[in-house]
Design a binder for this molecule. Structure first.
Ligand SMILES: [Ca+2]
Ligand SMILES: [Ca+2]
Ligand SMILES: [Ca+2]
Ligand SMILES: [Ca+2]
Length: 380
């Protein structure tokens, strides 16, 4: 009995999610465990609006002496001391007492990233260390960078070890609180910042430096990064122009049913320049049941159970945070009001609520919760 009652509801959900776009994601199947560091980089997921980039230094060839895998000492590191200190420390080298170093470029508009390095002991590497960040000089511990013992890395917060490759999110690779030497002795201002902060602040000449010393061989290293899309557009919906009209006291704003003169919305990167003045769609939730007039109507999928109202036109760029938009609505219509969110409607196709269609003669700004690039404002 119970099963037969569940099935129709399931079918309904499936039929809705198959229509147009839907932002809630189904549970993905379990990912196979990555067999290589490259698998790990390839499997790293970015948001739909982001551009994924894989950066690889060296070649994942199980430390084979074959092949050419040169390292690189960027211009800002080429002091005589450094060139001596790091001499001979490239990929796949098998001699003791060598200091591996290399650098790689990462765009400053990186939203997130995964670092991976594959390395193994050549001799006793109990006292070996890894540093990631600005290694313009090794002696200055004040520079913004992460540091850890190689054998302790697998237990370090945020790090994962599989076989001989180690990985961590940029945001989990945290700079140490290095004190500046006396007489001032103050702690580094970047202590507690992450590799992600470092990259977004421009890195070291736009690069990340890596050092591993001195009885550890590095097969390869790399990163998968997600790059933010260009900004400057916000999310908006237009008045539903389908026929029949969905009831006299109901207003419906929709993504793709605004009539021939309206473009479709874009819930990933926004659809309308933030400089454009548009009314803000405001919402007052009330949990009202669906009106009879809507039950057989296409717009039933967008029912919100609340009221919709629209402010005077304002450029989306006027609001820095969603809190400002919510206050704008409450200030205009009353304390129970806030910005309307796309998912106030049931399906992510639009929003239908009680209201007056005549109050809206253009598109309206709408908030969207889980898409950071789709709104003119930030979440906080
Ligand atoms: Ca090789
Ligand atoms: Ca040694
Ligand atoms: Ca050593
Ligand atoms: Ca290699």
């Amino acid at each position: 009995m119970r099963l037969s009652a569940i099935i129709p509801a399931t079918v309904l959900i499936v039929s809705i999610s198959a229509s147009a776009f839907v932002l809630s994601r189904p549970v993905p199947p379990a990912e196979p465990e990555p067999a290589t560091a490259m698998d790990l980089l390839r499997a790293y997921k970015c948001r739909r609006a982001e551009t994924k980039q894989i950066i690889v230094r060296g070649v994942e060839d199980n430390y084979s002496p074959a092949g050419d895998e040169p390292n690189f000492i960027r211009e800002g590191r080429q002091s005589a001391d450094n060139l001596t200190f790091f001499a001979g420390g490239s990929y796949d080298q098998i001699q003791m007492d060598r200091r591996f170093t290399d650098s790689f470029r990462v765009p400053a508009d990186t939203a997130r990233g995964l670092f991976v390095i594959r390395m193994k002991a050549i001799g006793n590497n109990d006292n070996d260390s890894i540093s990631i960040g600005d290694i313009s000089t090794f002696s200055d511990a004040w520079l913004p960078r992460f540091g850890a013992g190689v054998i302790a890395l697998e237990r370090a917060s945020g790090w994962t070890k599989r076989r001989d490759f180690y990985s961590a999110e940029f945001a989990a690779i945290i700079h140490r609180a290095a004190p500046r030497p006396p007489p001032d002795g103050v702690r580094s201002t970047t202590a507690g910042a992450s590799l992600l902060d470092f990259v977004r602040n421009g890195g070291a000449d736009g690069r990340i430096d890596v050092l591993v010393q001195d009885d550890t061989s590095v097969d390869m290293m790399g990163a998968a990064v997600c790059i933010e899309p260009p900004r400057g557009k916000g999310f908006s919906l237009s008045l539903f122009k389908g026929v029949p009209v969905p009831g006299a006291d109901i207003v419906t704003i929709s993504c793709s049913h605004g009539g021939r003169d309206q473009y479709s919305c874009d819930p990933y990167v926004g659809d309308t320049s933030c400089a454009t003045p548009l009314p803000v769609a405001c919402f007052r939730p009330s949990g009202a049941p669906m009106p009879k007039s809507l039950e057989q109507h296409y717009a039933r999928q967008m029912w919100s159970g609340g009221n919709l109202a629209f402010t005077e036109p304002a450029p989306g760029a006027q609001f820095r945070t969603i809190g400002e938009v919510d206050r704008h609505c409450a200030g205009r219509f009353g304390p129970q009001w806030r910005a309307a969110r796309l998912h106030d409607g049931m399906s992510g196709l639009g929003i239908a609520g009680f209201g007056d269609t005549r109050r809206l003669s253009s598109r309206a700004w709408v908030d969207i919760v889980d898409q950071p690039y789709a709104t003119c404002w930030t979440r906080r």
